[in-house]
Design a protein around this ligand. Structure first.
Ligand code: F3S
Length: 69
């Protein structure tokens, strides 16, 4: 079975380091303050799973969750 992933940014924790956007531009959007939000509903398109985990691992604020559905 194919595992579906979803990313979520905790707005309380995000401090705008933007590493997520640099590492996985398809999965994150930055707002006018430079804080990240998941793109769309956060669903990770097939083939981008590694980028989702990489972004989570590289956020200094531990603001990114990767949810396995
Ligand atoms: Fe925010 Fe972490 Fe990205 S602090 S901008 S979610 S790297």
């Amino acid at each position: 079975m194919t595992e579906r992933l979803r990313v979520h940014v905790d707005p309380e924790k995000c401090q705008g380091h933007a590493r997520c956007k640099a590492l996985a531009p398809e999965l994150f959007e930055l707002d006018e303050f430079g804080n990240a939000h998941e793109a769309g509903d956060g669903t990770v398109p097939p083939g981008l799973e590694d980028k989702a985990w990489l972004a989570k691992a590289n956020c200094p604020e531990i603001a990114i969750d990767v949810i396995e559905e």
